[in-house]
Ligand binder design. Structure first.
Ligand SMILES: Nc1nc2c(c(=O)[nH]1)N[C@H]1C(S)=C(S)[C@@H](COP(=O)(O)O)O[C@H]1N2
Ligand SMILES: [Mo]
Length: 334
């Protein structure tokens, strides 16, 4: 059994409280059966308790060394308090990542342990009033952090639920001060091979690049992430700054951002450049539009391994479908 050392920021009250929005009845029953609720929620579905403990301790150490630790836990946004599903146990999420800069396996967390989180700067350029490079701590402290629980659907047909901390993407765009001619927000990951060995694989079109329209960036759901599970996020999640667009396939949610560009032209994104027949610009979740090599009708839930039906726009259609009105000619779902 995982015994966690008490840290104020580490275990928000709601994670430990049975009435919590984080625990539905089913998870609660499991948790009670397995022992102390808080520990079970983190460790039980992951497997060996010592492995779970090791990965969570590594994440905690990174969080404790983070200069923004004092901002956690951030207030929970009531409109995004409950994703309607069980939150993925932290240890499962920490050990099942896509981060090709560190390799294409699912054991990213050990390699990502060396990612230098500081100093870290984010460049704002392109169609902006004035180009600038901003220190990450200045940037984060200029924003109002909040917590949101979001569903995440990977194009590989697995899904998870994560309590992220961050701020709306529209606030990042406002911070960039775009010109009226800007139509796309383009974001890039670091490209330093000394930090991540995958960047030496020349056949990939580094740096990892993603983008959305200015309208999509202005949607309330579009979220820039600084933390997860109530603390500054672990390296493997894309520290110190990543995106999360919960209605799109996970590859749109670019990690470890170093550059934000405003552009008039639609960017060619990383996966689109690599395999244009399989990964497009829009990449909205749709169970009825299969990937060329597999069905998207169902997804495997990380942690429980349950198979559940995938929902159009990952269940966020009410908030985002209007963005795509009149765009039926576009490949909105790949
Ligand atoms: N820079 C970068 N960002 C990335 C990726 C990547 O390989 N490199 N993978 C994407 C994919 S496919 C997914 S599903 C999510 C995974 O996020 P997670 O590891 O936090 O679950 O990150 C996305 N962002
Ligand atoms: Mo993904």
């Amino acid at each position: 059994m995982l015994i966690k050392s008490p840290r104020g920021w580490e275990l928000p009250e709601r994670l430990a409280t049975p009435e919590s929005v984080y625990l539905n009845r089913r998870q609660l029953v499991k948790a009670i059966a397995a022992g102390p609720i808080a520990a079970a929620a983190v460790a039980a579905p992951f497997g060996p308790a010592d492995a779970a403990e090791e990965v969570v301790e590594a994440a905690n150490a990174q969080a404790e060394a983070d200069p923004t630790l004092d901002l956690y836990p951030a207030p929970l946004n009531g409109a995004h308090a409950d994703a309607g599903r069980v939150v993925t146990p932290e240890a499962d999420n920490l050990t099942y990542n896509n981060f090709y800069e560190f390799g294409s396996h699912k054991q990213i967390w050990r390699r990502a342990g060396d990612l230098p989180r500081r100093p870290w700067a984010v460049a704002f350029d392109g169609l902006v009033e004035e180009e600038k490079t901003v220190d990450i701590d200045t940037l984060i402290r200029a924003m109002d952090l909040e917590e949101r629980v979001y569903r995440h659907r990977c194009v590989e047909a697995w899904s998870m639920v994560v309590p992220w901390t961050g701020f709306p993407l529209k606030d990042l765009v406002a911070f960039a001060r775009p010109l009226g001619s800007a139509r796309y927000v383009v974001m890039q990951t670091f490209d330093d091979v000394d930090w991540a060995p995958g960047l030496g694989q020349f056949w990939y079109p580094w740096p990892y690049t993603e983008g959305v329209t200015v309208e999509e960036a202005g949607n309330d759901l579009a979220f820039v992430v600084t933390g997860a599970y109530g603390k500054p996020m672990a390296n493997q999640f894309g520290a110190p700054l990543r995106l999360h667009l919960p209605w799109k396939y996970g590859f749109k949610s670019v990690k470890s951002i170093v550059r934000v560009s405003l552009a008039e032209e639609r960017p060619t994104t990383f996966w689109e450049e690599l395999v244009p027949s399989e990964y497009g610009f829009w990449a909205n979740v749709n169970p009825d539009v299969p990937h060329p090599r597999w069905s998207q009708a169902e997804e495997r839930v990380l942690g429980t391994q349950d198979r559940i039906a995938t929902q159009i726009y990952n269940g966020y259609g009410e908030q985002v479908a209007a963005l795509y009105a009149g765009m039926e000619d576009e490949s909105l779902f790949m």
